[in-house]
Write a protein that binds this ligand. Sequence first.
Ligand code: NAD
Length: 504
Amino acid sequence: MKTSTVSQKVSKNSTHKMVKVAVAKGDGIGPEIMEATLKILNAAGARIEPEFIELGEQVYLSGNSAGISKESWEVINRNKIILKAPITTPQGKGYKSLNVTLRKSLGLFANVRPVSALYPHVETNFPQMDVVVIRENEEDLYAGIEHQQTQDVVQCLKLITRPGCERIVRYAFEYARVYGRKKVTCMVKDNIMKLTDGLFHQVFNEISAEYPEIESDAQIIDIGAARLAANPENYDVVVTSNLYGDIISDIVAEIAGSVGMAGSANIGTNVAMFEAIHGSAPDISGKGIANPSGLINASVSMLAHIGQTEIADKIKNAWLTTIEEGYHTADIYNEDASKQKVSTSEFALEVIARLDQQPNELPVSNIANGKGVITIPPYKRKEEKKQLLGLDAFIDWKGSDPEIIGKALSKINSFKLKLKMITNRGVKVFPGGMKETYCTDHWRCRFVAIDAQINGSTPVYEPVEYEQVVALLSRLHNEGFDVIKTENLYEFNGKRAFSLGQGE
Ligand code: NAD
């Protein structure tokens, strides 16, 4: 199989090929900050050729619910690199999130958000912080698979996959290697979600072992997020799943000083998209006062990604020097630290004037000193033996006493399958539940063929055939039970592959 390269080339070669980039000017402040950014890229000698694409508010309002035209897709598919200013999603139902569409359609699996403090030039409580959050971008609760199952209960499916975990965790370690970072911290909640977050943690353990030169560490997300907010200086690269990453990447940007300053990269195997993390700021649009730094930083990541690392450093260092010398847009201006309040276009000119300078106090950018290319090998599925052990039947029942449904279901034996237990919202309520447990109309009834239901010993499950499951479901239906969903219970390579009920 061919190796796919997420081409984060870090080379010292200054003669680069011209790279065509799909550029979206966006809405609100988008066109103002894009103009400033493109001027800087041009003045720095970036070897890029913008090809402008239409997406965002006007496309939505023209009746295209995805917010992106067919022609724009063609340019993206041709160029594979996107520099995007923020867009405005019109109010009202029926408009699909353009960012989610782009991420999912283009397989942009990694969201990379580097955030560092610019103290004392930009106010922050954490002068030393320099964190990169690498967030899985396609899976988890963001798969958008939701159902109402009973009158009282709605569900959202959390999907974590081994290929998804392998790709994002390897990307994080490769990123650390290429950018000379020392430590990768994984954040999960596997004390509760033993299968889903447990898989992410297990893959992290497996892949971290391949990078002994990089320190690795795993933390439970709740305490991890609290520590990250309290002492961000202790973190370097953080890798996590979609929802946790969404939250902590915003926390990190906020505590660094200005949400207007950070850029982010969305990296896929073939396509990559670079943008500021803030929105289109309609409140200041057209005033010429927006801070273009988020998009400038995004364009620096883009240049590093396409191998133009010296130009990336040149722009980053000029930008750091401009901030250091106190030329600040209104959002970060303060009388103590700033020298002059500048407009968006004046800020760009100040950066251009410093394209051959390096900052004195802030750390000098040296991406060009990195090494190697980020390579994510294709996923190889290992053979595993799968065995059916039983069924969780979710039943809509409006009664409140678990003993009643429990006793009725206990009478239903279908071949070897027997009721083992019932949970309500995950807590065991039959047999031997507690009367204090609140019960909804959503009963998870576990049927297994089991050898050792007695003595509290470790249960030994007997294999069952799918026909037995079908027969059980038919029996439940005929007895008047309203089965609203089922989950098969499996073991893989002899290992139980479902969680136990709380109290089971
Ligand atoms: P926002 O980020 O646009 O604005 C929040 C606040 O931050 C505002 O006070 C704004 O003036 C300020 N701000 C943002 N960027 C700034 C900058 N570069 N310089 C100075 N100040 C800046 O968030 P919002 O108001 O919640 O959203 C506005 C619109 O942007 C919405 O339509 C939303 O859907 C969209 N949005 C788009 C993206 C994207 O395209 N990636 C991301 C977030 C929000």
